[in-house]
Design a binder for this molecule. Structure first.
Ligand code: NAD
Length: 500
């Protein structure tokens, strides 16, 4: 593991000076191969959540900027789709190399902008490099049915073509990684992109697009900063955007799907999760407790596949509740630039801190029993203590809604069947895990859990080769894997008359 010093020239890292000398473009957005301000000159502040300090200013764009970016992407579209898969693959591989060469700088910037531990940010950027390399290879492997004479005298064939200009909207919890999961398949498949980072976390994306300069032709990848209402919605509405892909909350997904309907755009939604962690009668309780704590407090709980709600059967509930508190108390929290050994940092913003505290305050006076944490930390920045709650009921708000903070609830279930049924009683359907000693029970749980991803005796791992995506209101469409290349392409039928 690298030390804090290796990530930062000065420990008290001043991003404003650093950005001006090393990457002045970070203050502008990238449209059509040029760094530009917002059309109306508006800007917005970017804050370090570990301290509350303002660390940068970026353009606050609107409809006119979106139009400019979409037109740039549209102009670049024809030439980009004419690149062969091999040519696009070569450029994506070069981009992956650039990312790798700048890994320390990007990890530092991600950590500064999100408050996440440096080692975690480092791991995410490393994964982004792998994502790019995977899609560089996968783009050359697209397969389909063979062309053939399904009608006498005619050959039928299929072409797999890019969709066109793709609008992509990403959240603040894994800013660069969520973008890599979207940009890499879209570009690999021959689309051009207008990408909007979350308003809180634009810095690594601006750095990333600066690394694309000299590799990608102008207009192929545009990054535009601003809020959801003005930039995200304008992208979803724009008639020249042929597909809109969002990673975000369910409400945002619904709003975007509504807007996209007017121009019948393809919609790709990776939305919220509230993953159940089902601990069955025969589980290894110590292993489950360890896995639960790792999954619940991942990224301060701000992870769509974190495991914030545990469902434990009567047979294991008591032992699990004995094992968990000490493990939760041992979670190391702090400022990532002060300690390289951290498990988690702050939540992303004052708003998010208040949102999480709202859930905890409303749970007071119910049967909820706070065993660990339950409050903010008395220090600068937006910290919430790792929190463990027992005694909650299935209908409680804190169980049914995505808190998206370091809050873990534990519920008691009569038996295995009730645990699975309570796990499924949710509008979300992204990830779930089951802990058991039986292969047969594991397979049955995997069959019965209504979630897009089910882990057995683990929670969280994923890989570039396998799809990431949800069921139910967690959305549709897949990130990662060859399946996301399907989402970013469309099939065209050609029929050729064989008669002269
Ligand atoms: P959010 O929905 O508030 O914002 C996500 C993005 O959407 C931001 O860029 C935002 O500016 C934009 N946006 C907001 N309102 C919009 C609108 N009306 N029109 C267009 N764009 C709009 O979500 P967040 O708070 O940034 O992120 C947290 C959410 O993202 C959680 O629900 C989390 O579970 C989800 N998420 C899902 C996945 C997944 O793979 N399924 C991964 C990470 C995060």
């Amino acid at each position: 593991m690298r030390t804090c010093e290796e990530y930062s020239i000065q420990k008290e890292f001043d991003v404003s000076t650093d950005q001006r000398t090393e990457a002045p473009a970070a203050y502008e957005q990238f449209i059509g191969g040029r760094w530009v301000q917002a059309a109306d000159g508006g800007t917005t502040e970017v804050v370090n959540p570990a301290t509350g300090d303002v660390i940068a200013r970026v353009p606050r764009s609107g409809e006119a900027d979106v139009d400019l970016a979409v037109r740039a992407a549209d102009e670049a579209r024809i030439e980009w789709r004419r690149h062969t898969p091999g040519e696009r693959s070569t450029l994506l591989l070069q981009l992956a190399d650039r990312l790798e060469e700048n890994l320390v700088e990007l990890a530092r910037l991600e950590s500064l902008n999100t408050g996440k531990p440096l080692s975690k940010a480092d791991g995410e950027i490393t994964y982004c490099v792998d994502n790019l390399r995977f899609f560089a290879g996968a783009a050359r492997q697209l397969e389909g049915r063979s062309a053939g004479e399904y009608l006498r005298g005619f050959t039928s064939l299929l072409r797999r073509e890019p969709v066109g200009v793709v609008g992509q909207i990403v959240p603040w919890n894994y800013p660069l990684m969520m973008a890599a999961w979207k940009v890499a398949p879209a570009l690999a498949a021959g689309n051009t992109v207008v990408l909007k980072p979350a308003e809180q976390t634009p810095l690594t994306l601006l750095k990333f697009v600066s690394l694309c300069e000299g590799i990608l032709p102008a207009g192929v990848l545009n990054v535009i900063t601003g809020d959801g209402e003005n930039v995200g919605a304008a992208l979803a509405r724009h008639p020249r955007v042929r597909m809109i892909a969002v990673t975000g909350g369910i409400e945002t997904g619904r709003a975007v799907a509504h807007l996209a309907a007017d121009t019948v755009k393809r919609v790709h939604l990776e939305l919220g999760g509230n993953a159940p962690v089902v601990v069955l009668d025969d589980a290894d309780v110590e292993a489950a407790a360890k896995g639960i704590v790792a999954a619940a407090y991942e990224n301060s709980g701000q992870c769509c596949i974190a495991g914030p709600r545990v469902l434990a059967t009567d047979a294991v509930y008591g032992r699990l509740l004995e094992a968990l508190p000490a493990r939760v108390e041992a979670v190391r929290v702090g400022d990532p630039f002060a300690d390289a050994e951290l498990d988690m940092g702050p939540v992303i913003s004052r708003t998010q801190q208040e949102r999480v505290m709202g859930f905890l305050e409303r749970a007071e006076g119910t049967s909820a029993d706070v065993l660990v944490g339950g409050d903010t930390l008395d220090r600068p920045g937006f910290f919430v203590a790792p929190t463990l709650i027992a005694g909650v009921k299935q209908g409680d708000e804190i169980v049914q809604r995505e808190v998206f903070g370091p809050v873990l609830t534990v519920q008691r279930c009569a038996d295995d069947a009730e645990a699975i049924s309570m796990a499924n009683d949710s509008e979300y359907g992204l990830g779930a895990s089951v802990w058991t000693g039986s292969v047969a029970k594991a397979h049955r749980a995997m069959r019965d859990l209504e979630y897009g991803m089910v882990w057995v005796n683990t929670h969280l791992p994923n890989t570039s080769e396998m799809p990431h995506g949800g069921f139910k209101q967690s959305g549709y469409g897949k990130d990662l894997s060859i399946y996301s290349l399907d989402d970013y392409t469309q099939l065209k039928l050609g029929i050729i008359n064989l008669e002269e």
